[in-house]
Design a protein around this ligand. Structure first.
Ligand SMILES: Cc1ncc(COP(=O)(O)O)c(C=O)c1O
Length: 459
């Protein structure tokens, strides 16, 4: 499957990686006795075996083998202030000493709810969950309850968590995915219910005409249109100016509720992507940063919709042993209070610094690589074509991103294997410089592999 240059490069890279991670290998081997493949979160597994982390501090994580890594992954964008942010640690320590779960409401829930309602234009009332997946499940349920319809429209490549209906056409094989005019709904995993997928309609991101046709043909059955305003796991694909606007107009016109999944994009401005792009959805789901590094999710929206969950009205039921958990609320309040407008501007400036540095670097090295993204997030994509939809991403050399990830790991820089870089407020311009310098070295090292595998990416 690999050409001879790449096969040799990968062999030497794996040796370099493994040679400095003997304790990690021992821990991984032990874990394999108790968890399938030693793993409990597929996104953290990678070949030849994952590193084991001892601690995180500010911008760095330290593995058990003594390797120090500058963390541009930040737990897949969930740590807006980096690791062990002092005000968050203090708030959590104080709260856990007072108990962590009461089976009764307490003031911190209202404090975090108010913080979020004040920030996000589309949220008038909010409820907490334990994950972004759960937030989207309940956003979908309330959309169905409110509209009396069952189907959902999602974008091809859009990721909304791990429940059945959302595990549709997240990363489909293009050979099976049909034409753009007739996109087939492909289950992302074995075990996903084919019956559940009958409720799903998939549309191409950034394609106003096709999206319009799909809405016009199906609106009588469709409860909601769920979309990440910037498609994150598909490669930080930003919306064309007219696209979100058209989606908002069409959903409104045809009685479909618009759900913005802002689990990741909530960090992009003070009021998330909805504030950044000036589009107000009916329902918003949140997660990641709002829990200050603890498990969290939330969904909120228009008052008339969210009132369905008012327990006095006995129309809908939403429970969860750890919803609005005290430790999560304490961490969330400390983190989101510190993520004020100044902090948002700062972290976005860092993102801009890195992104523009990357564009200059790619030019200097004579490479044709796309740098997607906005604000504090970006994604490298090994293709010579602009990336505006999932299919552009799926036809890129994704294996080169995974290679970049491994090379950077051996140079003390941690990114996501899909090529995603994420800034935190703990970072400084020096960290960006270091990231750029290591990426330059990594891409230089990879040049022979790129020449063999994707010569069109070399100028
Ligand atoms: C856009 C988006 N929505 C939902 C989720 C699911 O969140 P969780 O992993 O907390 O269930 C994620 C997770 O990465 C995400 O990126």
């Amino acid at each position: 499957m690999y050409g001879p240059v790449e096969a040799d490069f990968r062999r030497r890279l794996d040796d370099r990686y493994a040679g400095r991670r003997k304790k990690s290998l021992a821990l991984h081997s032990d874990a394999c006795n108790y968890m399938p493949g030693g793993d409990t979160r597929t996104a953290t597994y990678f070949d030849p075996f994952p590193h084991y982390i001892e601690k995180g501090e500010g911008t760095y994580i330290y593995d058990v083998d003594g390797n120090k890594l500058l963390d541009f992954q930040n737990n897949y964008t969930s740590l807006i202030h980096g690791h062990a942010h002092k005000p968050t640690v203090d708030a959590v320590s104080a709260q856990i000493a007072l108990g962590s779960a009461y089976t009764a409401p307490f003031e911190l829930q209202t404090t975090l709810a108010k913080l979020l309602v004040d920030r996000f234009p589309g949220i008038e009332l909010i409820r907490f969950t334990n994950s972004g997946t759960e937030a989207n499940m309940h956003a979908l349920r309330i959309a169905r309850a409110y509209t009396g319809k069952a189907k959902i429209i999602k974008t091809e490549g859009g990721y909304h968590g791990t429940t059945d209906v959302f595990e549709a056409s997240v990363d489909p094989n293009l050979k099976k995915a049909g034409s753009l005019d007739n996109i087939k709904v492909i289950p992302e995993s074995r075990g996903v219910s084919e019956n559940a997928l009958k409720d799903v309609i998939v549309t191409p991101f950034n394609d106003v005409e096709r999206t319009k046709k799909i809405i016009e043909a199906n609106y009588k059955d469709v409860a909601c249109f769920i979309i990440e305003p910037v498609m994150g796991s598909a490669g930080q694909i930003t919306p064309l100016p007219e696209y979100l606007k058209a989606v908002r107009e069409l959903t409104e016109r045809y009685g479909i509720l618009l759900i913005f999944d802002e689990v990741v994009t909530g960090r992009l401005s003070y009021g998330g992507a909805q504030e950044l792009y000036g589009i107000t959805p009916d329902i918003t789901s949140l997660g990641k940063i709002i829990g200050g590094g603890t498990p969290v999710g939330a969904f909120g929206g228009r008052r008339d919709i969210m009132e369905l969950y008012n327990p006095r009205k006995k129309k809908m039921y939403h429970s969860g042993t750890f919803n609005g958990n005290a430790v999560t609320m304490a961490a969330g309040v400390a983190t989101m209070t510190a993520y004020d407008r100044k902090a948002v501007a700062y972290v976005n400036e860092l993102g801009e610094l890195f992104r523009s540095g990357m564009c200059a670097l790619v030019e200097k090295l004579g490479l044709r690589i796309q740098i997607n993204g906005t604000g504090s997030l970006f994604n490298t994509v090994f293709t010579d074509k602009p990336v505006i939809s999932y299919r552009d991403m799926a036809t890129s050399y994704e294996g080169l991103n995974q290679l970049l990830y491994m090379v950077l790991l051996t140079k003390g820089v941690f990114i996501a294997p899909r090529g995603m870089f994420c800034m935190s407020t703990a970072m400084s311009a020096e960290d960006i410089d270091f990231g750029l310098k290591m990426t330059e070295e990594a891409l230089e090292e990879m040049r022979p592999v790129i020449r063999e595998k994707a010569p069109e990416l070399l100028i």
